[in-house]
Design a protein around this ligand. Sequence first.
Ligand SMILES: *Cc1c(COP(=O)(O)O)cnc(C)c1O
Length: 356
Amino acid sequence: MALQLDVVLTKEKKEKPDFTQLGFGQHFTDHMFIMDYSAEKGWYDPRIVPYAPVTLDPAAMVFHYGQAVFEGLKAYRTKDNRILLFRPEKNMQRLNTSNERISIPPVDEAFLLDALQKLIEVDQEWVPSAPGTSLYIRPFVFSTEPYLGVRASHSYKLLIILSPVGAYYGDGMKPVKIHVENKYVRAVRGGTGNAKTAGNYAASLKAQNEAKDLGYEQVLWLDGVEGKYIEEVGAMNVFFKVNGEIWTPALNGSILDGVTRNSVLQLLRHWGLPVYEKRISMEELYEAYTRGELEEVFGTGTAAVISPVGELSWNGNQLRIHEQQVGELTMKLYETLTGIQYGEVEDPFGWTVQVN
Ligand SMILES: *Cc1c(COP(=O)(O)O)cnc(C)c1O
């Protein structure tokens, strides 16, 4: 049955924030997308409505058993005033991968992408235009059935909200200091590591806080079984340039399959560079470092796109990378990817999708 998208426009537009002081995830647009799921009807009643709070029963299962997943992507305004999405179909696919892992029914990816485009059109005044700014898009799904028995919920809501965000690198790209986490783990074999669940983030906050207290901006997670192999950084995948080769941890089920990671891999291969997706132990990386072969380290994710790493702290060892300056490859990847996203660099892979 074809879903019919309903649109109810707001009677009173909000006052826009100062677009030069946006920060991240603090301002929300005039409208949102919402649809419901019930076991009888499937996904139903998709609608774009004025942005507003959601009312839930206190027994709603999400509060108790945590069935909640999300996505994150961005819309970019080009110099000639087009609005572009970057590989949005990958986010819709991944939403269903996440759904599947925690027993949330799948959504129609093509329908959702159409609805997203419509939502952005309705709120297009909110897509900022200053360099580096964008409209962050947050689709999410959670269980709503009022029931305390432990099983998958029979009802859900899916929303998409939009938030204009500032340039990630307001005052230039600055390498971050990262704490290699040796006490807590993010994910385990057979767990939810490759799903974008709210629960994964809840489990990561304590380590993040402790690393902050030690003066580090992020944590690098090691595998949850042996505590030896590198997985990823906070909300980013991670890459290493070692003696001219580029290494990244292979997708093993506990690592999130990042759209930025996938795009970086494709670009590197397109440039003919030697790229390896493999199991990487911290020990092996440290040895490369002591030989002077660890040339660059960077994280990849939608928020920062590419985030240079200047220091890794591991078991009392401080690995200082590229004299804590941004590496050449790191910079080239950042400029190429953001160039494609803003429609300023040729898009040889057909990654961008125009909204308006
Ligand atoms: C979202 C996310 C990433 C990055 O994925 P992108 O699609 O590149 O934004 C990496 N790791 C985790 C744990 C994530 O949640």
